[in-house]
Ligand binder design. Structure first.
Ligand code: CTP
Ligand code: CA
Length: 226
């Protein structure tokens, strides 16, 4: 459905959104992944488009139908995500990194399917590259929005990531709270800004969470004169 909206701060802005899980290959039939549904990222892409932005959605495998009018870049692994996002960073104004990126990937990808020959199997993993942290290092005038999925000390860890990754805003949620986080239709988020502004939102649909996040991005851009 086409929306007719007035000028917004997002009109003509280039917005890059990452969504969904990553898959880290083990062998031809197996991978490591997580429970991310991609719903928040797809809702963010829809919301940014509705506000007049040019939207690129870099998405892991979700099975969701991408919103119309949005450029979709499909990725599998954390490494794919790193490549696709860093090469576009110079040409965008706003990045919202809602993807649930694997922190570790198998050290070696086997070309043949592993046979069940042993009673135990230890799989050596290596840390993946942190795309968001890299964007924080490369940042010029872009507005950089990260996510923090935590199961404890949410405020502490979220503020730590905001600072360490040189972000403008971070969207924090406690994944252990009922109705929040991965693989749900709802979430409870708190947004922390670089300028120490913070706002806690009550339980909301992921569609409304996306709306709240863009309201916070807009308010931040107005405060900082971006
Ligand atoms: N992120 C990323 N690349 C990675 C890992 C995470 O870009 N390899 C991004 C996520 O997209 C998210 C933010 O970093 O926007 C925070 O992710 P999170 O998992 O909460 O934090 P980590 O820095 O990975 O730390 P930890 O998992 O130990 O809490
Ligand atoms: Ca992580």
């Amino acid at each position: 459905q086409l929306m007719c909206l007035d000028q917004t701060v997002f009109t003509g802005k280039r917005v890059l959104i990452t969504a969904g899980p990553t898959r880290e290959k083990i062998d031809p039939v197996r991978y490591l992944s997580n429970y991310s549904s991609g719903k928040t990222g797809y809702a963010l892409a829809t919301e940014a488009r509705n506000r007049g932005a040019h939207v690129t959605l870099v998405s892991g495998p979700t099975g969701l139908k991408p919103p119309s009018g949005v450029e979709v870049v499909s990725i599998q692994s954390a490494e794919d995500l790193y490549e696709e996002v860093t090469k576009r960073f110079n040409d965008v104004d706003i990045v919202v990194k809602s993807a649930a990126v694997a922190d570790y990937a198998p050290e070696i990808v086997e070309n043949q399917k592993r046979k069940k020959q042993t009673n135990q199997w230890s799989l050596p993993l290596k840390k993946t590259r942190d795309t968001l942290k890299r964007l924080g290092e490369l940042k010029q005038s872009q507005v950089l929005v990260g996510f923090a999925a935590e199961s404890q000390d949410v405020e502490f860890y979220a503020k730590d990531k905001l600072e360490r990754k040189n972000l403008d805003l971070i969207v924090a949620n406690n994944i252990t709270t009922e109705g929040a986080g991965f693989d749900h239709d709802t979430n409870i988020v708190t947004v922390y800004a670089k300028d120490h502004y913070e706002k806690r939102y009550p339980l909301a649909s992921k569609k409304d969470v996306a709306l709240h996040i863009f309201d916070e991005i807009e308010a931040y851009m107005k405060r900082s004169g971006a």
